[in-house]
Design a protein. Sequence first.
Lengths: 383, 316
Amino acid sequence: MVSAKRIASDFRVFSRGYLRNKFGLFFGLVFPVILIVIFGAIFSGNSSGTIAVYTQNQDTGPFLSPQMDVAAQFVQALNGTAPDGTRISDTWPIRVELVDSSENFTKYLADHSSSDGIIIPANFSANYLAGKADSVTVYGNPTSSTSGIVSGTVNGVINLFNLKYYNSNAIPIISITSTTVNTEQTQYVDFLIPGLIGFSILVSPMFSLVNISSEYKKTKLFKQLSLTPLTKMEWLASKVLWYIVLTAVSFLLMVVVGVLLFDAHVTLTVWLIPFLLLGPTLFASLGMLVGTITKNPETAGVIGNIVTFPMMFLAGTFFPISIMPHYLQNIAHVLPLYYVVEGLNNVMVYANYTGALIDIAVVGIITIVIFAAAVRLFKWRED
Amino acid sequence: MIPIEVSSLKKYYGEIKAVDEISFTVDEGEIFGLLGPNGAGKTTSIEIMEGLRKKDGGDVKVLGLDPWKDGYELHKKIGVIPQEFTFFEKTSPREAIIYYADLFGIKVDPDEILREVLLEDSAKVMFDNLSGGQKQKTGLALALVNSPELLFLDEPTTGLDPNARRAIWEVIRGLKAKGKTIILTTHYLDEAQQLSDRVAIMNLGHIAAIGTVDEIIAEHGSGERLEIHGSKKLADYIKKNTSLKVEYREGMVSIQLKQKIDALAALATAEQSKLDWGEIQTRRDSLDDVFIKLVSGMVDEHGEIIVESKNRNVNG
């Protein structure tokens, strides 16, 4: 009944029409890449501005005089001001974010999605003044571009203290201890890429199918097509196929841009394939469904937006849902796109394949239900 | 086989009887015109025959098939241009023909079809850049892809300029010459008259008259009339002094002629009256006259029918 030949010829005509429409092409392919560039530039923090480094000063004294609080001076130096009050450099790369000494530091870094941190140990000041060797611990992720800058800067500050407060013949008293952390999210852009891939999986097929299906109904193009042997299932299948192709191209573009411009770390595995297949199928069908059950293109547009916009922002596309308030997180959990984005994150960032499997199952079930509903409710002809 | 048989066809939209018990047949090789004002039920009827709409009652057989139940089979055998034909914007007529041929799983020569509908010159122009007439010709071309013996043309020239309309007529005549059976809806009287072998005049869901144009005029027209430019007084004088049926309208005395010799009596009486009278002529009711009588409507300067819609707003 379903003919691959007819799907192929419909696919050919549709894709040719799509490629001839410069606006659609821009929206489908270039727009998500532009979003990556914009958001990446705003939030990635390694191109301009300073890197925020969580620092825990465990040396709480007591100090006989403020001059004896070397740890505080060290923190000040980490912020770019030498103990004598002069600026070390105009373009100081890091900025200290003090963490209360009662916090579990490793957990704190993980909770704040950061891999860069510094611990100044207890008795640091006393040891320094007494000339006893001590060490500052620097947390970092060797794969992250910021970590090198942080440890380099800390090294510089340590040298400054070693030179200034001790005679040059002796061995340096402060040393550096590096600790590698595998924070779950290393950089914003690493997280942004799966998010925006999810975004493009949602937006292109969804808006396009809402528009096409309601317009075709209005202009009676569906009636026209119903007079040929093409079936509505074949028609929808060719649209789905096209958006899978478009998603794959868009995916590659985004990964390349993310890696080249922002040094993003993405894992490319076969685990991505189910999401790149199911995602466009799901949202093309959902768009079709919206266009089918609404009376005219205007209503379809409105309903389409109502369905799409919450997903665009709340499903973890631009921001991780962990930073959102609880009630918004609850909303996120009922949005189909959430499971696509979570799955992509599980695969590309966390290498959590058990989690990804659950996401594939959830997305798969939603896709089957929506596709079946779209094909069933969608009418070529009128009663 | 009789290509189309329709009996007691009914289609209601709620309270509105869009098509109310119409019956007719269309014979092989003829052009059958469904003529009527907007809202007469033409498009509803033709869409039921095409299998695009479900009927509410009656019997419809197209090429021996039930158009709704056997639509998929039927569509392989018929060609259709829906009203206000549109197609994918970024597709050329040539590509559209190849696309249709692929869907039907047949091989065609796209250029031959383009020639047949007089569209060779615009073969590679994107659909959204075509003129109204070229768009309709694209529709005709697509209707011909599967070499159907039966064609449905729903208002093929609505909204086109006179030249484009004549070009479409030429294509339609060419198709008839090839022996195709064509059913055509139109609200242009001249189109129905120019193209159709037989016409059904539809009004408010009913068929008001059916037959060849001459048959309809003979049946529903008033026959030959003598018209005299003159006054109301003259009309009254002739009426009083003869047994003839006389009407007066806007400076024109109109006398029905049961036989040609009646004209002599009428003129003699006019002469007797000593009143002034001007030009004389005899004429028959045209399709326009009959149409106005049947549909109680008006025809504008383009031959298009304007009718007060009596609480009906269903299109077709």
